[in-house]
Design a protein around this ligand. Structure first.
Ligand code: NAD
Length: 437
């Protein structure tokens, strides 16, 4: 099947590569010329495990193409997928500017009978609006066949999540169009749920809001555990073994970040308000998350009697989660800002996100090339992202390098046995008793 994709970011690129891998003829279009140039040289603009290998293979097989030309890319496509960004607007609502522009770009070249699939995360009613925009901007009179097909991939495992998805949601009021999209995905052998446009749009927001709420719930419990002397890891394990609850998303820590949860929870909360419904639960989810993001800085301030001036603080990990170089809404941004404001000298290390971190954190911190370089002479270490390299670090070696072996573990990821094998160490996890030896 001939497929075109508008927007070659995390979602568009992963989808394009996966669809080519299962045999479709795919053309990815992006307005970012530099990105397209790189992709045509088989270089991935994002860090995503397994992506580059599939990119190289499918470019070589000629099933995958990249262009900046909407006309060339869309020509002859049976299905066009819109996967442009829908960032957070100033008032918290989803900003649909990119999507509206993409709809206009597409309208100019849309051929009759082409099916338009919206993969971007959008508020309920947006698919109808995009249909209207395309129809209003088409050169000839066409009735646009629209399908909502929200994406659920996670950055860091985008290729696996796309090729081995748990479910595919297909929303449309056009049964033939829904069937065609189902056919496109058939080689993946993934269960498809076919529903209406509006239900499909809602499934995506409700899923992300639920997961974010689960994270904030366990973080609220973690803070209570600290106050009453319980261990949140044991509590989460005990809760998660109940199949009705499930163990996923019950890891206490410094909260959720990234390009989806923060903006999607806000957008759903905002959309509910506009519909006269107050989803106060989501307000609490967001509040807990805001507080959690700066928890390690608060703990450090508490430990150093309110003064961080002149303290050398190492931040280990900067990306919002492991296996990605994405810094969007990473808790490290706010942490670095606060530490800087309190006069701390901050040195940070991340195995892949440093280049992107420099763009958003700038010179508030200095950047190390290794964990040991970051912790050298440090008064304290803040563990921000649970990269394998950080989880598996040699705690004794780290302690030797530090001025004061004080560790605040924002991801509860260090091995307690390794901590207990050290002397003169202070270890402060989240929602668990501190270890002070
Ligand atoms: N990133 C994720 O993990 C994830 C997961 C599920 C859903 N989503 C949703 O998918 C959508 C895309 O997210 P993303 O992270 O891939 O975004 P992104 O910012 O990484 O990529 C968007 C791309 O669209 C391009 N673009 C903008 N306007 C264009 C136009 N008119 N024509 C062609 N290209 C255009 C941009 O240059 C950019 O490369 C968002 O709605 C997001 O909420 C993201």
């Amino acid at each position: 099947m001939k497929v075109a994709i508008l927007g070659t970011g995390y979602v568009g690129l992963s989808t394009g590569v996966a669809l080519a891998e299962i045999g479709h003829d795919v053309c990815c279009i992006d307005v970012d010329g530099e990105k397209i140039k790189q992709l045509n040289q088989a270089v991935s603009p994002i860090y995503e495990p397994g992506l580059e290998e599939l990119l190289i293979r499918n470019l070589a097989s000629d099933r995958l193409k990249f262009t900046t030309s909407h006309r060339d890319g869309v020509s002859g496509a049976e299905i066009v997928i819109l996967a442009v960004g829908t960032p957070q607007g100033e008032d918290g609502a989803a900003d649909l500017t990119f999507l509206e522009q993409a709809a206009k770009d597409l309208a100019a070249h849309l051929e009759p009978n082409t099916i338009v699939v919206i993969k971007s995360t959008v508020p309920v009613g947006t698919n109808d609006e995009v249909k209207r925009i395309i129809e209003a901007n088409c050169s000839e009179e066409v009735s646009v066949r629209i399908v909502s097909n929200p994406e659920f991939l996670r950055q860091g495992s985008a290729m696996k999540d796309t090729l081995e998805a748990e479910r595919i949601i297909i929303g449309s009021d056009d049964q033939g169009a829904a069937e065609k999209v189902k056919e496109m995905y058939r080689p993946l052998h993934v269960p498809c749920i076919v529903t209406t446009l509006r239900s499909a749009e809602m499934i995506k927001y409700a899923s992300n809001a639920f997961l974010a709420t689960k994270i904030s719930f366990i973080n609220g419990i973690a803070n209570l555990c600290e106050a009453v002397g319980a261990d949140v890891n044991d509590v989460a394990r005990g809760m998660g073994m109940d199949k009705r609850i499930g163990e996923a998303f019950l890891q206490a820590g410094i909260g959720y970040g990234g390009s989806c949860f923060p903006k999607d929870v806000k957008a759903l909360y905002h959309a509910a308000k506009q519909s006269g419904k107050d989803l106060g639960l989501l307000a609490e989810t967001m509040k807990i998350n805001e507080e959690q993001r700066v928890l390690l800085v608060k703990k450090a301030l508490n430990r150093f009697n309110g003064k961080l001036t002149g303290k050398k603080i190492a931040m280990l990990g900067l990306a919002f989660k492991p296996e990605t170089d994405d810094m969007r809404e990473a808790p490290s941004i706010e942490m670095a800002k606060l530490l800087h404001e309190h006069g701390a000298e901050v040195i940070a290390y991340d195995p892949v996100a440093t280049k992107n971190a420099k763009k958003v954190i700038g010179d508030r911190v200095s950047y190390a090339c290794s964990i040991l370089e970051a912790v050298n002479g440090a008064d304290a270490v803040l563990i921000v992202t649970e990269w394998d390299e950080i989880k598996q670090l040699d705690v004794a070696g780290l302690v030797e390098k530090m001025k004061h072996p004080i560790i605040f573990d924002g991801r509860n990821c260090l091995d307690e046995e390794k901590i207990r094998a050290c002397q003169n160490i202070e270890y402060y996890p989240v929602g668990r008793p501190a270890i002070i030896l």
